[in-house]
Design a protein around this ligand. Structure first.
Ligand code: BT5
Length: 247
């Protein structure tokens, strides 16, 4: 039986789940109708009006790095889309996004919970734009989309959330038992290998390179124009359309 903890309004489901980590059982999904302080990476804001999914999944089994939790969450969102939105065309965009075309549909933020200075668990935050109308999407600072904008159909959020809880637990179990399998399932759904990309490190300026591979610990292997290969561990990536090079 999957556990869903329903909230109406909250500051952030991630903040709530971290604050209640000890009393929430492993595999619980905290779900809110709206967030007043939804956040992304590096303190960025996550726009959180009613009509979307704002959820945080509690993982107490430390089966890998926080990045493995992101993998499980991305695959769970894609599985829900496969069930509810035939022909959705969504894909994973390294490191933590789900896109349709060049627009962001969903973002994932996994945060560690510390106890006595050691990692005790991971809170896996998931935002999905489900029934957000076009006029709300324009308030987001980058190209974004929703399932409503894509299909012109409203989706029942309760059904979405229930399926999400099932698939999160499913990929969590896969991760606990077979991390390699989780990684290969996740890697297959990425659409970045062979693409020309702009890399934006958290500190420093943007530069272009080709994305060549994703390493087993979730880093992007890039090739610069002089042929040097290196790992890109964190930051933002933009795929440049029409410049694929499979070499
Ligand atoms: C993310 O951050 O993509 C992770 C977002 C995680 C949100 C969930 S909601 C439930 C849980 N509780 C939280 O407080 N957070 C998690 P990042 O890669 O840093 O992207 C943030 C950027 O996405 C923003 O700067 C905007 O440009 C854009 N953005 C904000 N709201 C958006 C939305 N609703 N849809 C699409 N893009 C959005």
């Amino acid at each position: 039986m999957n556990k869903i903890h329903y909230l109406t309004e909250v500051d952030s489901t991630n903040t709530y789940a971290a604050a209640h980590f000890d009393s929430l059982s492993d595999g619980t999904l905290v779900l809110a109708e709206t967030q007043t302080a939804g956040h992304g990476r590096l303190g960025r804001k996550w726009l959180s009006p009613e009509g979307n999914i704002y959820a945080s999944f509690v993982m107490k089994d430390l089966f890998g790095e926080p990045f493995h939790a992101t993998m499980a969450a991305s695959l769970a969102v894609l599985s829900v889309l496969n069930d509810l939105v035939p022909g959705h065309g969504a894909y994973i965009k390294w490191p933590n996004d789900i896109f349709i075309g060049a627009r962001k549909l969903s973002g994932i933020l996994c945060e560690g919970v510390l106890r006595k200075g050691a990692l005790a668990g991971i809170i896996c935050g998931i935002g999905v734009n489900v029934n957000l109308p076009e006029e709300e999407l324009t308030k987001i600072g980058q190209p974004a989309t929703s399932l409503l904008a894509q299909t012109k159909c409203k989706i029942n959020l309760k059904i979405f959330a229930e399926k999400l809880a099932v698939y999160l637990n499913w990929y969590y179990i896969i991760g606990i038992n077979d991390r390699e399998r989780l990684f290969s399932l996740w890697k297959k759904e990425n659409r970045i290998i062979g693409e020309r990309v702009v890399l934006l490190p958290p500190h420093g300026s943007a530069y272009e390179a080709f994305a060549r591979d994703i390493t087993g610990d979730g880093k992007l292997l890039i090739e610069e124009d002089d042929g040097t290969q290196k790992e890109f561990a964190c930051g933002d990536v933009k795929i440049l359309p029409g410049q694929r090079n499979g070499a």
